[in-house]
Design a protein around this ligand. Structure first.
Ligand code: GDP
Length: 290
């Protein structure tokens, strides 16, 4: 995990002797640049980061500790992004969350994980809505997950229209006083007009408090690009990074934070229902820097 930013980078930095000179700093910055590019961080962002680390190190007086502190500070600042971490409850329940993402990104699993988090840690009454009617196995997958975690599921096998499902589910959620409604929407293998137009209809029927985008960390810059496109087309309020346990490069969090500029809310790091953590910039910086 995170080999690129930690192992090769830290060993290169160890070899550099800082004698209060600019040459050492240039070398260290070059190593940092290499590590960030390898980690899939966009080159424009890399330049901004490097410039800031250089400036801050010089301000503090050139030295290894000063360089590492400046780097830690810069990465933390980037990941912090304006907005919230974790879950925000609407003033008037139910809080409705639209779960979006490409097929295979881990959206359905993440919906189950989020429900588990809300039920176990926040003691909330959660309803999951099966509005992914494109993928045959999605409803069955949700049946198994909701049974396992003891959360209610709204499904309707009689219709193929997700808008009908969502409309009926919202009425049920209100009359049965659910605290949170998680709507699992359909994904596709790639973004297409049909997907976006269905999503817009489902969004307008659900009137979500927030829209979450589930990004597969293992897809690197693709995840960043797709998140950007969802942001432009339907609007997203938060990103959940799934499969962070398998992210060989570690740069996707930096990419989303810097390019998409939507708050990172949670991290999924495993296949189990308990494998969801609130996104904490400190923890990620520690992992990135080793
Ligand atoms: P969907 O098509 O987006 O709904 O994707 P699924 O929820 O069905 O997930 C696709 C695959 O990714 C499944 O095999 C999940 O078990 C797996 N998966 C989801 N989240 C994670 C995660 O955080 N870590 C790992 N290792 N696997 C995950």
């Amino acid at each position: 995990m995170f080999d690129t930013l930690t192992d090769s980078f830290t060993s290169a930095i160890k070899k550099i002797r800082f004698h209060d000179d600019e040459k050492a700093l240039k070398k260290a910055l070059a190593e940092l640049k290499k590590a960030l590019l390898k980690a899939d961080v966009h080159h424009k962002v890399v330049k901004e980061l490097i410039d800031r680390v250089e400036l801050d190190t010089k301000k503090a007086g050139i030295g290894k500790d000063q360089f590492l502190d400046a780097m830690r500070f810069t990465l933390h600042d980037l990941l912090k992004s304006e907005g919230h971490q974790g879950f925000v409850f609407a003033a008037n329940p139910p809080t409705v969350i639209l779960m979006t993402g490409l097929q295979g990104s881990g959206k359905t699993t993440t919906t189950g994980k989020l429900a588990t988090y809300l039920k176990e840690q926040k003691k909330k009454k959660v309803l999951i809505v099966a509005a992914d009617l494109q993928r045959m196995a999605a409803v069955e997958q949700l049946r198994q997950i909701t049974e396992q975690i003891g959360v209610d599921l709204y499904e309707d096998e009689a219709t193929k229209n997700p808008v009908e499902v969502v409309t009926a589910a919202m009425a049920k959620a209100k009359s049965n006083l659910y605290d949170v409604v998680l709507v699992d929407t359909a994904g596709r293998l790639a973004i297409d007009e049909e997907l976006m137009s269905e999503l817009k209809q489902v969004r307008d029927a659900a009137k979500p408090s927030e829209i979450f985008y589930v990004a597969d960390s293992m897809t690197g810059q693709d995840a960043v690009r797709t998140a950007q496109s969802f942001k432009e087309q339907i609007g997203i309020d938060g990103v959940i990074l799934s499969k962070y346990d398998g992210d060989a490069k570690g740069g996707v969090a930096l990419g989303i934070a810097s390019q998409v500029q939507v708050p990172l809310r949670f991290i999924g790091a495993g296949e189990k229902m308990a494998d969801l953590e609130v996104f904490l910039p400190d923890r990620i910086v520690n992992r990135l820097m080793g």
